[in-house]
Design a protein around this ligand. Structure first.
Ligand code: PLP
Length: 375
């Protein structure tokens, strides 16, 4: 007799209750779905903060090189990539852990540090995984809301950090809002850290920030607090589909425990080769960032001209109050072939996040938005 999944009694499955209760991750919409909804081929995919310029030709060459041997297990220690990163950042390679995207490092840090009942501090609106991964470990997540003028609430954050959570997760530049902590604000928050707290600074958008923004890694290294700085090849370097990011840790012992918390062959051979090639062609990345910052300025001015309140951005996206439910606006834009991210966290449903695309994609977005607001 054939059994189906529906025959399995509910009580036959004993889930980890922390994992079973997790909210879903709100990922950007798939391009094929957007094509079928809009009936258009030219989709402007502006929901996932990818690099619309692609990636360096040196990366494509490395991916088609005979030196890449897909039939072999890749180096589980990412030795060559960690050496290259160590030179670039002037840190010891044994303090670096490479992940299957920096997302995996958020999970590994959470596994390494948290037990059920541990407390974690972060902000809201937030990068979903800064909450989801701690919740998966049974931690309690305390979230500090942004201020009315779309900035970090430094007083509240300082109190929340001084209360001694096991981990503080902050992204700066801040996804989804956009601003970065300036040097004195970052130093103030670091000064509030007590022994027993790990300060995790997620710098996924580091490369897009102004020269006036601080290098969080430098400041944390001089601070004497326990820290992890997260960076990624997904955004400015344009390798989102390959999944490679990394954690720089305050010492080798923390890196060892985070390594123990990840899967052994987490970073595949193509990702390792691509990341090394990308580091070898920083000129490509810098030119792309320069262009995207110019486009960011152009889109921000247009949004403001349409009457929207836009958060200041040090990233490759803009976050703005669309004046009503952002999901309805996102649905209207989708019918015109534009994918944006309507924010769904409670209290922030009026906000929309749009990634800076190519000039043509940005024009497409701005003209569609202009038509909607004129109605
Ligand atoms: C995009 C993003 C990441 C994820 O990067 P991957 O390296 O692709 O996993 C991490 N943190 C923040 C804040 C991000 O916006």
């Amino acid at each position: 007799m054939d059994h189906t999944i529906d025959d399995i009694p509910a009580d036959a499955l004993a889930f980890n209750p922390h994992v079973a209760a997790l909210p879903p991750y709100n990922a950007g919409m798939n391009i094929a779905v957007a094509r079928s909804i809009s009936g258009r081929a030219d989709i402007a995919r502006l929901a996932s903060n990818e690099n619309p310029d692609g990636c360096s030709p040196a990366v494509l060459a490395a991916l088609s090189s005979p030196a890449l041997e897909p039939w072999r297990y890749a180096d589980p220690a990412c030795t060559a990539l960690r050496a290259a990163l160590g030179r670039k950042l002037d840190v010891a390679p044994d303090t670096i852990v490479v992940g299957n995207g920096s997302e995996e490092m958020i999970a590994a840090v959470s596994r390494a540090m948290l037990v059920p009942g541990s407390r974690v501090a972060t902000v809201v609106p937030s990068f979903g995984l800064h909450e989801i991964e701690p919740l998966a470990q049974g931690a309690e997540v305390v979230k500090v809301p942004m201020t009315a003028d779309l900035a970090f609430d430094l007083d509240a954050l300082e109190r929340s950090i001084a209360a001694g959570p096991r981990i503080v997760f902050l992204s700066s530049p801040w996804n989804p809002v956009g601003p970065a902590l300036d040097r004195s604000s970052l130093e103030r928050l670091i000064a509030a850290v007590r022994p027993g707290t790990l300060f995790v600074l997620d710098e996924a958008y580091f490369e897009f920030a102004d020269a006036t923004c601080p290098d969080g890694l430098k400041i944390l290294r001089e601070s004497g607090v326990a820290f992890v700085v997260l960076r990624t090849f997904s955004k400015a370097y344009g390798l989102a589909g390959l999944r490679v990011g990394y954690a720089v840790c305050c010492n080798a012992e923390l890196a060892r425990v985070i390594t123990a918390a990840k899967t052994p062959f987490n970073v595949n051979a193509a990702a390792q080769a691509a990341a090394i090639a990308a580091l070898g062609d920083e000129a490509w990345m810098l030119a792309s960032v320069e262009r995207l910052r110019g486009e960011r300025q152009r889109v921000a001015i247009t949004l403001q001209g349409l009457g929207f309140t836009v958060a200041p951005s040090q990233t490759n996206f803009l976050f703005f109050d669309c004046g009503g439910d952002s999901a309805s606006l996102a649905a209207v834009l989708l019918r015109q072939g534009i994918i944006v991210k309507a924010w769904r966290e409670k209290g922030y449903e009026r906000y929309l996040r749009v990634t800076i695309g190519t000039a043509a994609e940005n024009d497409h977005f701005m003209s569609a938005l202009g038509q909607v607001t004129r109605r």
